[in-house]
Design a protein. Structure first.
Length: 293
């Protein structure tokens, strides 16, 4: 079925919004961790987002007990992603975290080829390579690799897997709102289990950490993930990955504008390369991901 140009533009605009809002989070999360534990932060942001959606679904009289197997699988991937990335930020810099997380751009075409037997076309491969070069130039690459960087690499792998399997389930017809609610609640519950098993105190010691937790729940979690799910109904995972590669670009833009940081030439060049990769990526892949039983 042909998809109208207006729908694809709307989907891409939503994905740009998600990349922008996620790009704003690296530094604010890094600063918030002075007043809240990383696992507690993950638990609270996802539980709050999940409860809001749950209220909406109850109002709409929709069941949240459908496609639980798919939701559970996605939730485990999402939980590993956010736990590894958030704990990783305790030990590494925000710039290192942004670069390593952005490596999912390389993992997506690789996983498409190996797991789903979908071979990216030449322009998509070139676009992914240019995007990675831009990412390296923008962030300055890696410096002083440490334990936090290793954890963040795990986040990059699971980021790619989450995009790909979300694409698979959404295109199979699952309800984006329902599966988002399920993921939020399961990730929050898994984080609470981790907290109780390892006897982690649930406390927020600064007002800034409270504000960041609420912000993360409402925007990067609730709104951005919902938009991603709806957009993936009509956009390919490679197209999604190239737009999401703009996260560190938006992070730099926020630093230059709201943060008052000086514009650095090499970062501007890196951002330009990532935008260029998006422009030359061409049409979304024509092949569909092979549905497995």
């Amino acid at each position: 079925m042909a998809i109208s140009k207006s729908k694809t533009i709307l989907a891409d605009t939503g994905l740009f919004y998600a990349a922008a809002i996620w790009g704003s989070t690296f530094y604010i999360i890094k600063n918030a961790l002075d007043g809240i534990g990383p696992v507690v932060l993950v638990a609270l942001r996802f539980l709050l987002a999940g409860l809001i959606l749950l209220g909406y679904l109850i109002y709409k009289k929709k069941s949240i007990f459908v496609n639980l197997k798919s939701a559970l699988f996605l939730s485990v991937i999402l939980w590993i992603l956010y736990i590894s990335q958030t704990i990783g930020l305790v030990y590494t810099t925000a710039s290192n975290s942004g670069f390593i997380t952005g490596l999912f751009v390389a993992f997506i075409p690789l996983a498409l080829w190996t797991l789903f037997k979908v071979k990216p076309n030449k322009m998509e491969i070139i676009a992914s390579i240019i995007s990675l070069i831009g990412l390296w130039v923008l962030t300055g690459g890696l410096t002083d690799i440490n334990f936090g960087d290793t954890l963040t690499l795990l986040a990059a792998v699971t980021y790619a897997l989450h995009v790909l399997y979300s694409d698979k389930y959404i295109k199979q017809g699952v309800d984006p709102v329902v599966i988002s609610c399920q993921q939020f609640l399961i990730v929050g519950f898994m984080s609470l289990c981790y907290i109780f098993v390892f006897d982690i105190p649930i406390e927020i010691t600064t007002s800034y950490a409270w504000k960041v937790t609420i912000f993360l729940a409402l925007f990067p979690t609730l709104s951005a993930f919902l938009i991603q799910m709806f957009a993936q109904k009509i956009r390919s995972p490679l197209r999604v990955s190239l737009i999401f590669a703009l996260e560190p670009v938006f992070a730099a833009l926020f630093a230059w504008t709201l943060g008052g940081e000086e514009i650095v030439t090499h970062r501007a060049i890196g951002g330009f390369l990532i935008f260029a990769a998006l422009l030359i990526s061409g049409l979304p892949i024509a092949k569909k991901i092979v549905k497995s039983n």
